[in-house]
Design a protein around this ligand. Sequence first.
Ligand SMILES: [Ca+2]
Ligand SMILES: [Ca+2]
Length: 199
Amino acid sequence: MKSCNTDRGAPPTLLKPLLKPLLLILLLRTAAAEIEHGKAAAERVVNGNYWSPACPAEFHKAWSAQNVASVCFYVSSVKLDWHAARTACHNLAAYRSRCHGDLASVLNTGESDFVRSLMSQLQVNDHAWIGYNDLSWENSFRWTDGRQGYWTNFYPGEPNNGGAYGSEHCVELMNALNGQWNDRDCSHQKYYVCKAYCV
Ligand SMILES: [Ca+2]
Ligand SMILES: [Ca+2]
């Protein structure tokens, strides 16, 4: 009968002195992680309701995915050219850390309806800058906030890169025309819509 080697699974002698401290560190780290996890969970539930991240001041919460992020919009009360409007959006959102703000992307009819209702509430029935533009490459439109979107809402015949020199590279949302979009020269002074994602 073969003898059984009962020491096969035992650690090498050199490792034995290190085993206890390593085990202790592992246990302490696991306990700390559990406490942090519990704290985070407790912070996210207030009176039985899920907590959702706050928007920057003056922004309006469109909705939030529970425990993840809030989507916030702002409609200006002053007019700026497109580039200055973009800077203003960055600055407005920067007042609250954990928010990333830019000129608004309008990614679907839900967002378009929310922006239009906000504009109407604030009595902005004029046109307003949004983040869509083809500044980098003619007729290749992108959102400034980096969002990917395949939904567009251009007015029939737009974008036409019109103007005296084919210089329309920034997009305005026309509230009075069902929220449809038009490309315009970026130097026009217009109201503007910002959007912030807050976590
Ligand atoms: Ca253009
Ligand atoms: Ca146009």
